[in-house]
Write a protein that binds this ligand. Structure first.
Ligand SMILES: Cc1cc2nc3c(=O)[nH]c(=O)nc-3n(C[C@H](O)[C@H](O)[C@H](O)COP(=O)(O)OP(=O)(O)OC[C@H]3O[C@@H](n4cnc5c(N)ncnc54)[C@H](O)[C@@H]3O)c2cc1C
Length: 244
């Protein structure tokens, strides 16, 4: 007999009150697959969405079902990067928002050393700088709702879904977030969201990963200009020419 577990993916719909019940899920899955319930070895939730358009609220579930045997356990998502070589090329990244943080992680995955430059403060210090906005309507120029670790949405509710049709590696992004402390439910929820209480901690955990893997994060470091070697050499050549 082969060691391979036979796994089927099945979409079912259950009334809200039965949607969390394991037996109801098994019965509905078996019916959909046209097999006896006892053949179902294990079930795992893969997608969960609520349809509240009717009076009777329904829940749509995508399940992974193993036949005759138990399902292999899921691995908890982890993020790791190969050890950085001492001669790793540095990459300067401006801004410690989601784009900058994920760019830094990608650099490390590819053996490059990211150096993140962020004009604002780290997420903990930044929280204190929001009070003057709410109390006095005074905005601290370099540390506010938009500037600082985590970028513009750090102190928002952290919705993770989009209506945009352009799709990137969404599942991979969710896994990285879970690896840094986001709740696992974001991997299955149709409208995942992290929550303003957790989001800053997830951001701080990503920073810790970047530093542990050999990257650098510099706060209160505003980029004001670029010194590009080519431009410098052209400028100095012109200067030399003018002197002659
Ligand atoms: C109140 C609010 C709520 C939001 N809620 C959500 C939500 O629930 N879900 C969602 O998906 N999106 C939400 N967004 C949008 C989301 O925050 C942005 O799409 C996202 O932050 C863009 O990421 P980014 O890295 O491109 O830019 P940003 O997040 O803007 O990050 C840019 C970073 O660069 C830094 N920076 C800028 N100039 C310099 C410089 N010269 N030198 C050094 N550093 C610099 C800034 O300080 C900032 O930290 C929200 C936005 C706001 C404002």
């Amino acid at each position: 007999m082969s060691d391979q577990v036979l796994i089927e993916t099945v979409d079912i719909v259950l009334p809200l009150e039965k949607s969390e019940d394991d037996d109801s899920r098994r019965i509905a899955a078996a019916k959909k697959l046209g097999i006896p319930v006892k053949r179902i070895g294990g079930i795992k939730l893969r997608k969960h969405s609520i349809d509240a358009r009717q009076r009777a609220v329904k829940v749509q579930l995508r399940l992974e079902v193993s036949l005759d045997r138990a399902l292999p356990p899921d691995e908890t998502p982890r993020w790791f990067a190969p050890a950085l070589s001492p001669s790793a090329k540095p990459v300067i990244i401006v801004g410690c928002g989601p784009a900058g943080l994920f760019a830094a992680l990608r650099c490390l995955e590819n053996g490059l050393k990211p150096i993140l430059l962020e004009r604002g403060k780290d997420a903990s210090a930044r929280r204190f700088d929001l009070a003057p906005i709410l109390r006095e309507g005074r905005v601290i120029e370099e540390s506010n709702y938009c500037f600082g670790e985590g970028g513009a949405g750090t102190f928002s509710d952290g919705k993770l879904y989009t209506r945009a049709t352009k799709r990137g590696p969404v599942a991979k992004v969710y896994e990285v977030l879970v690896a840094h402390g986001a709740p696992e439910v974001i991997l299955t929820d149709a409208h995942p969201h992290i929550g303003s209480n957790l989001l800053p901690n997830v951001v701080k955990a990503i920073r810790a990963s970047i530093i542990a893997a050999g990257g650098e994060v510099r706060f209160q470091t505003k980029v004001v200009d670029f010194l590009i070697p080519e431009i410098i050499s052209v400028a100095s050549r012109r200067q030399r020419e003018m002197k002659c």
